[in-house]
Design a protein around this ligand. Structure first.
Ligand code: LRH
Ligand code: MN
Length: 388
């Protein structure tokens, strides 16, 4: 297989799922800057996501977040998505914004609150039945802020109890993806702080439970591609929440802060057969466009993942394996860096043209006038956001 054929094959199968919440207003505790033309409901969010797919051909699904995307008729929302050429993807639970969850949700000391939180997770599986979604993504803000505040082991047991109930409720073709995060909003302990804790809970349950890697959820300096390699080897990598960061959970455009790290991650994905759709790795974006135009930023983000993946596909895997076998440190590293230094943009532009897309999706989107249209149309109502 030539490099071009290898890249074409890999990129053709690469689908990036978009987060509905990236199209709404978002910000920090200091300020949420409202932008013009922002969607006011899940239908308009799906319409914006469909624009990203229309110009990239690589974003055929949009993840929902409940209750931010609560509607009366999820089947109708799925039909709306289908009419726009996309589908509803992962359902994200939200047990981090209700006053009852101040001391936690599924790990809360109060059984009444744990019941409420678990019922929300079960409601999300009902929604998956209606939208035809395969994955439920579970992220818990649960944790403590002060030593002694609560029993670390007790919280793990409460979490495990809730996860077991949700696992039992999953249909045969459904999964849940457990997301870990080192800290924030909890600042002493987080009940699912790292891949090891998430993995331990997942293997205790079974094959329908896998781990999600949010690239913004690690301590500075963490070798994320090592975690990717290990979880793929163990058959427990469920997917990615892609974004990038300079400091903490900045949720910036994937590849913007550290494109070399994204390349290293996508190499381990390729090496671990994670690009094969059969391996079941979900590639999702989880980003907030606090100051930049949101649809164009999502298009750019999809292109960043495509570029990192194409560079990973350029790597001459056989030559690399030979150099590694021979202990040829510099030879192996040079092979890797040569691939990373390869400008794959012309190749990707040609692939887009071959599949009837504009070689420059961002420019084509701007020329479409969609942004101006929604800015004119979307007057009245309230812009979507995190409702925090
Ligand atoms: C938590 C998180 C999680 C989502 C939220 C939008 O930081 O990464 O994936 O539920 O962001
Ligand atoms: Mn995330």
């Amino acid at each position: 297989m030539t490099i071009d054929e290898r890249v074409a094959d890999g990129i053709r199968d690469l689908n990036i799922e978009l987060p509905s919440w990236a199209f709404g207003n978002s910000g920090t505790r200091f300020k949420v800057f409202a932008q013009k033309g922002v969607p006011r409901d899940p239908y308009e969010k799906v319409a914006d996501a469909a624009q990203v797919h229309a110009f990239t051909g690589a974003a055929p699904s949009v993840a929902l977040h409940i209750p931010w995307d609560r509607v009366d008729d999820y089947a109708q929302l799925a039909k709306h998505a289908d009419e726009l050429g996309v589908r509803i993807g992962t359902i994200n639970s939200n047990v981090f914004q209700d006053d009852d969850y101040m001391l936690g949700s599924v790990a809360n000391p109060d059984p009444r609150i744990r019941r409420k939180a678990t019922d929300h997770l079960l409601e999300c599986v009902d929604i998956m039945d209606a939208t035809g979604s395969r994955d439920l993504k579970l992220w818990f803000a649960d944790g403590t802020n002060y030593p002694g505040q609560d029993d670390i082991v007790g919280r793990q047991e409460r979490l495990a109890e809730s996860l077991a109930e949700v696992y039992e409720r999953l249909g045969d073709d459904q999964r849940f993806l457990l997301e870990y995060k080192l800290f924030e909003p909890s600042f002493y302990t987080t009940d699912v702080p790292d891949w090891g804790t998430a993995y331990a809970h997942c293997i205790a349950l079974g094959p329908k439970a896998r781990v999600v890697i949010d690239t913004g959820h690690h301590a500075p300096g963490t070798n994320i591609e090592f975690i990717v390699a290990v979880l793929l080897r163990l058959g427990k990598l469920g997917g990615f929440d892609f974004n990038s960061r300079f400091y903490a959970d900045d949720d910036l455009m994937v590849g913007a802060a550290d494109p070399f790290q994204l390349f290293r991650i996508m190499w381990e994905v390729r090496r671990g057969k994670g690009l094969d759709p059969g391996t079941g790795v979900a590639f999702m974006l989880d980003q907030c466009h606090n100051i930049e135009p949101k649809i164009a930023a999502q298009i750019r983000s999809v292109m960043n993942v495509q570029e990192a993946t194409a560079k990973a596909l350029v790597v001459d895997a056989d030559a690399l394996a030979a150099a590694q076998r021979d202990g040829d440190v510099l030879g192996a590293n040079a092979l890797f860096m040569d691939a990373y230094s390869t400008d794959v943009r012309p190749m990707l532009a040609d692939l887009r043209a071959e599949s009837g897309l504009d070689p420059d999706p961002v420019a084509a989107y701007h020329r479409s006038g969609y942004y101006e249209t929604v800015c004119a149309d979307r007057v009245g109502g309230s812009a979507a956001g995190w409702g925090a």
